[in-house]
Design a protein around this ligand. Structure first.
Ligand code: AMP
Length: 402
């Protein structure tokens, strides 16, 4: 479907063209007509489906074609779980609205006092579209200068992620500042019961759209290594040296693991960078930009980077820790093999993580190949999860403990 068919304003069509979008994606085709018609939406759609433009485009169109817009108030509020996602949406918005008079600001904190007062100024003046992380927005709301009286659109993006991060109360608090009559759009990669409950409290008669991709693309080569925890770091080094990978993303579940592994890799001569929540916001943005531009080849990160971040041409993802659930696994390995490129995803499983990994295999509907660890690593544990599928049928002899 062509974007002209939505009846978008010419200035917006120019921005879409300049961004390089030719036809609408599935989620855009389904969601945009509902938003234009003023409906509330609950959409299950993951990053990579084009969900951001699915809500940005109709909101921009409605704001620029509305005669009762309020220049000095906030028209749309987009709440997102992470600063990285806020920045990415702001950049997307900037491109799409380039030929319009839309004003916007991303409010995500983590910076210094100067950025807080910059945000304060913008929020006091009003901006058409505000993209925010919950905690930072609450900080501003508490001071009383945020102009939300004429707000028309509320977007909750990656709602499941926000609830997982404990933002439920913050979201409800922000909503208590909004006028009751408004259009609500909720996007979530998964639809667990708690999201339904949130939707029931916030949305009015929503239209439901389902574009979930809960399986990773077939072209990603997935392999797992069953090891003792103490063997993980050495195995990562071995894997990094095994092939000339151009761009590698290593995920750890905890920031301390990111720090420890990064230190160890640097000590062994690898040129790497790291991203986790202890890093200053400016530094995080700098590192991410260097990785996206391929100036940094290997990046070690927490799950901060598993969702919502659009980086092309990563050819290897390593799960140093098994992610907490299947959706996170799909998100993490989905960072590779985007667009036309192929990708490889290795997961390192220690004894404690075996049950968790078995549950992930359950969600995938098939076992992930367990690749034998090279002999020089010595003894390794057997894959014997208590529940879920056991997928070690090809390499049961790997255990050399008895
Ligand atoms: P998202 O799911 O919003 O994170 O979008 C994933 C990627 O698809 C981003 O790089 C978008 O810029 C891009 N994208 C969104 N809509 C389109 C479209 N209609 N045509 C081509 N690319 C798109």
């Amino acid at each position: 479907m062509n974007f002209k068919d939505f009846g978008f304003d010419e200035r917006l069509l120019e921005g879409i063209d300049a961004t390089g979008y030719e036809t609408a994606t599935a989620v855009q085709e389904q969601v945009i007509p509902y938003i234009l018609a003023g409906k509330d939406i609950i959409a299950s759609a993951q990053t990579g489906t084009g969900k951001t433009a699915a809500f940005l485009l109709p909101i921009i169109h409605k704001i620029i074609s509305s005669s009762n817009g309020h220049d000095d108030h906030i028209n749309a509020l987009i709440i997102v779980p992470t600063r990285e996602l806020a920045v990415q949406i702001a950049q997307n918005l900037e491109g799409l609205s380039y030929f319009t008079s839309i004003s916007s600001i991303a409010v995500y904190g983590g910076g210094d006092g100067a950025s807080f007062s910059q945000e304060k100024n913008a929020l006091s003046r009003g901006a058409d579209i505000v993209i925010c992380t919950p905690g930072r927005m609450i900080g501003h709301l508490a001071m009383g200068y945020v102009k939300l009286k004429h707000l028309q659109y509320l977007v909750l993006d990656e709602a499941d992620r926000m609830l997982d991060m404990g933002f439920n109360d913050d979201i409800m608090k922000i909503i208590s500042f909004l006028p009751p009559k408004r259009q609500n759009l909720l996007f979530s990669a998964t639809m667990p019961g708690k999201i339904r409950e949130l939707a029931r409290r916030i949305l009015h008669n929503p239209e439901e759209v389902n574009i979930s991709i809960s399986k990773p693309p077939e072209k990603i080569v997935q392999q797992a290594y069953v090891v003792f925890d103490a063997q993980k770091s050495a195995l990562v080094k071995h894997l990094l040296r095994s092939k000339d990978f151009k761009s590698v993303l290593i995920f750890c579940s905890k920031k301390n693991n990111v720090k420890d592994l990064s230190r160890d890799l640097k000590r062994s001569g690898f040129s790497i960078e790291e991203i986790h929540s202890d890093l200053e916001q400016a530094m995080r943005e700098q590192v991410l930009a260097a990785f996206i531009n391929h100036r940094v080849r290997i990046l070690v990160a927490t799950d901060i980077l598993s969702r919502g971040i659009d980086i092309d041409n990563i050819d290897l993802v390593i799960n140093y820790d098994v992610p907490n659930d299947g959706e996170d696994y799909v998100h993490r390995i989905g960072r590779t093999a985007r667009a036309e490129t192929d990708g490889t995803a290795y997961t390192l499983i220690n004894e404690k993580e075996q049950n968790k990994f078995a549950a992930i295999e359950e969600l995938l509907g098939k076992p992930v190949t367990k690749t034998p660890v090279p002999e020089q690593f010595g003894e390794t544990p057997a894959y014997q999860p208590r529940s879920g599928r056991s997928s070690n049928k090809r390499f049961p002899q790997k255990s050399r403990r008895n």
